[in-house]
Ligand binder design. Structure first.
Ligand code: SUG
Length: 447
């Protein structure tokens, strides 16, 4: 079946800030409290999307979520017994009661679309239906407020309630640490061609009930298994791998910080998996008859784990580029600025392996919160028919990107400091900017 891999990027929202909210995410901790520039952040993201569109790739966008978030105030009783949020009344009160919760209510974290859902293309599911499960994001408090709205956005984008849906959208798994799930950031799909059946690889950090010291492992094996069941994946084509605890301890809070895969290629760090040779063997066995695995392992000797994590070499998009024989790695500029990863990349493309070029993109505003190019996108393989059923408002072309740039430039601030959160006028401004974005995407029912 002919199919394309579409990237749906999260549009960075008007409240993008450095909250220091993610334990185990070194960049988030390092930049905690810094002044952010939401306008520049969103424009950097849009520039990346434009590059993909200009190359002839299919590019979609997912809207931000409204922030400050009503439910953060209501569910935590930050507004006492009131049942609806009122900016003028509640923002100053929240700033006095619990500034951290107020910051959480403002988090623009839905921008990292790789954590929105796990996606199984129709070629992999027993009933031939494209399936997505929204991630519950239970591990980090600020992210645990995302899943309901994420599922709603996905339902609208993939028109799941219509008589001809593009995809089936499952709500998030039960919100308990045993089912902790962070979506596509811990999921890799390999295949010969996007429209052909592939192998789905789920990478987990711990098992249900397992307590580990140090940074949290955000994905359980049980969560991944539950998704594989719901998505009707063929067991013999599904692989569950354990992420190495060394990687988590070094700051790889998702597998996509140390590994990325596309088509037959798996590009990963030597210390990404608990047992590398067993992992490759499992993948080969599952892919037998479907594709020939092309592993590209980056040795610790050439790129120490600490450099891999600070440069985000692996948090790159690995893309089949129109008119190019080999894959293109869309990497953050930090990878070019880190000596070990820069020289690794030079040697990589000079060799005759499956990766032929590196394209560097500036997403520094997001990177300072631990979100590279790959975090910002959700990959969805779409057959021609499915693509035709997607809500057209979110599929981008140059004109639509122009429009979004205009809205961002008009409605987003270029300077946001933590003290601004206590100002109710900022809350009103941010919600208005959100409404302008969803209107531009023709998603008015999300307003
Ligand atoms: O969940 N950062 C995000 C970054 C997510 C990156 N996604 C992938 N690797 N796929 C996180 O840790 C920081 C927010 C703050 O501190 O304000 C944050 O949520």
């Amino acid at each position: 079946m002919s199919a394309v891999e579409a990237n749906f990027d999260g549009l960075i929202g008007p409240t993008h800030n450095y909250g220091g909210l993610s334990d185990g995410n070194l960049a988030s901790a390092k930049n905690s409290g810094a002044v952010s520039n939401p306008r520049e952040a969103a424009l950097q993201g849009l520039k990346k999307m434009r590059m993909m569109v200009s190359a002839g790739l299919v590019q979609g966008v997912l809207p931000p979520q409204p922030r400050p978030d009503d439910w953060t105030f209501i569910d935590t009783r930050l507004i006492g017994g009131h049942t609806a949020f009122d900016a003028k009344r509640d923002i100053p009160a929240a700033a006095a009661i619990d500034p951290r919760l107020l910051k959480i209510a403002y988090s623009a974290s839905p921008m990292w679309a790789a954590n929105a859902a796990t996606v199984s293309p129709s070629a992999d599911t027993a009933d031939g239906e494209l399936k997505l499960t929204a991630a519950n994001l239970t591990t980090m408090l600020h992210r645990s407020f995302e899943p309901q709205m994420t599922a709603e956005i996905l339902r609208q984008v993939f028109r799941s309630a219509s008589p001809a849906p593009a995809a089936r959208i499952f709500p998030a798994l039960h919100a308990h640490p045993d089912y902790a799930d962070e979506g596509a950031a811990n999921h890799v799909r390999l295949c010969r061609a996007h429209g052909e059946p592939g192998v789905e690889i789920f990478v987990y950090g711990r098992r249900a009930g397992e307590a580990a010291a140090g940074f949290p492992a955000r994905q359980t094996r049980e969560a991944s298994e539950a998704i594989a069941r719901a998505h009707q994946l063929r067991p013999e084509r599904t692989v569950f791998l354990k992420q190495s605890s060394a990687a988590i301890a070094a700051g790889a809070f998702h597998n996509d910080v140390v590994c990325v895969g596309a088509l037959e290629t798996l590009f990963f760090h030597e210390e990404a998996f608990e047992d590398t040779s067993a992992a490759l063997e499992q993948i080969r066995r599952a892919g037998d008859g479907l594709f020939d695995l092309r592993p590209v392992m980056v040795p610790s000797e050439e790129v120490p784990l600490t450099d891999a994590i600070s440069s985000y070499l692996f948090n790159s998009q690995l893309v089949e580029w129109p008119d190019e024989d080999r894959l293109v790695l869309v990497a953050p500029t930090e990878t070019r600025d880190t000596p070990s990863t820069a020289s690794y990349c030079e040697a990589l493309v000079a060799g005759n392996g499956p990766i032929g070029r590196v394209e560097y993109v500036d997403v520094r505003q997001s990177m300072r919160n631990g979100g590279g190019p790959a975090c910002l996108r959700l990959r969805v393989v779409l057959t021609d028919e499915e693509r035709g059923l997607v809500h057209p408002g979110v599929l981008l072309n140059g004109d639509k990107i122009d429009r979004l740039q205009e809205v961002v430039s008009l409605t987003y601030r270029d300077r946001l400091a933590p003290s601004d959160f206590a100002d109710p006028d900022f809350a009103v401004e941010a919600l208005e900017a959100y409404e302008a974005i969803v209107a531009a995407l023709d998603l008015p029912s999300l307003a």
